[in-house]
Design a protein around this ligand. Structure first.
Ligand code: DON
Length: 304
């Protein structure tokens, strides 16, 4: 076996005994995930992919969509216009908190739900389909293949997304979200329901790590400036109310999602992603977090 593959298998063996936590239950469709799934993928500068474990399993991207939709909003409007609608400060609060500035209603950052809904609402398009189409195209370019939406997860999210709807209505009252709240929120639910594998996530992280160029397709997806902006936000806000400790322990810009995915970018070196559905109290995957800690300490990946 390839030595890198063997090394990655060793990391999975190390975290496999961790069985704390449980798959997300607040979206019924996510509760049906096999809690034992475990996978890890790494992509290097020339697009070589190494993956181990359940690397063929597809799962919904959930909050890991947020940095890539931020990239799209930055591409369409530029940094200053985006910052008018959503801040760049870590909230120190859970992902679904009402993290809105008291006076302006501006959400703390684009990685918490409120900020992600505001960011998604910046994507141009006349209706849900047109906006979702743009988002799917952008995420597909990051992944280097055509991605699809899991309609079952979308329905499940839409049927239970009362809190996200409330956040969107609040932001609509402040003028942070324009137009139809339904369009904003359903587009956000659809972006969260895009299916990916751990390899897709590693390539998406790699595209950010390599300055906006997809290391597998060789295609430029976003400018270097946008890749840098997105990584900066991930570094300070990507792991919710664990972001500070994450930076201390792992030291890489990263993003997690409630289906158990987690990606991280080692600038100019590689993109990495891991998948395991059991979550901790922050909504981050227990084993995926342990995988990244192990990789970072064993291979000196901390950016500092
Ligand atoms: O907004 C939600 O509830 C989900 N669709 C996404 C949240 C999420 O993935 C938070 N991550 N840990």
């Amino acid at each position: 076996m390839d030595p890198i593959q063997l090394l990655l298998e060793g990391v999975l063996d190390h975290v496999r005994p961790l069985t704390d936590g449980a798959p997300a239950a607040y979206i019924p469709e996510l509760a049906t995930a096999d809690p034992d799934h475990l996978a890890l993928a790494v992509v290097g500068p020339r697009g070589r992919i190494f993956s181990v474990g359940d690397d063929h399993i597809e799962f919904s991207i959930q909050s890991i969509s947020k940095p890539f939709v931020l990239a799209l909003a930055l591409q369409e409007h530029g940094l200053d216009a985006v910052l008018q609608r959503v801040g760049a400060e870590p909230s120190g609060e859970p992902f679904n908190a009402i993290s809105l500035e008291a006076r302006t209603g501006r959400p703390a950052n684009p990685m918490v739900n409120a900020g992600a809904i505001a960011t998604s609402a910046l994507v141009s398009g006349d209706d849900i389909d047109e906006r979702t189409g743009r988002i799917v195209d952008m995420l597909s370019a990051f992944a280097g293949r055509s991605l699809w939406i899991d309609e079952g997860v979308y329905r499940s999210e839409s049927e239970t997304g009362f809190r996200n709807r409330a956040l969107a209505h609040l932001m609509r009252s402040y003028g942070i979200v324009d137009g139809s709240v339904d369009t904003a929120v359903e587009t956000y639910f659809r972006q969260c329901s895009i299916l990916v594998t751990v390899k897709d996530l590693a390539i998406m992280a790699g595209t950010l790590a390599f300055g906006g160029i997809n290391p597998v397709t060789g295609r430029r997806v976003v400018t270097e400036a946008i890749a840098r902006d997105v990584l900066s936000i991930m570094a300070s806000c990507g792991m919710y109310d664990f972001s500070g400790e994450w930076m201390l322990r792992v030291g890489l810009p990263a993003k997690s999602g409630v289906s158990g995915g987690l990606l991280a970018a080692a600038p100019s070196q590689f993109g990495v992603a891991s998948f395991s559905p059991r979550l901790d109290e922050h909504g981050n995957s227990v084993r995926s977090t342990a995988v990244m800690e192990r990789l970072s300490t064993s291979f000196g990946m901390h950016v500092f």
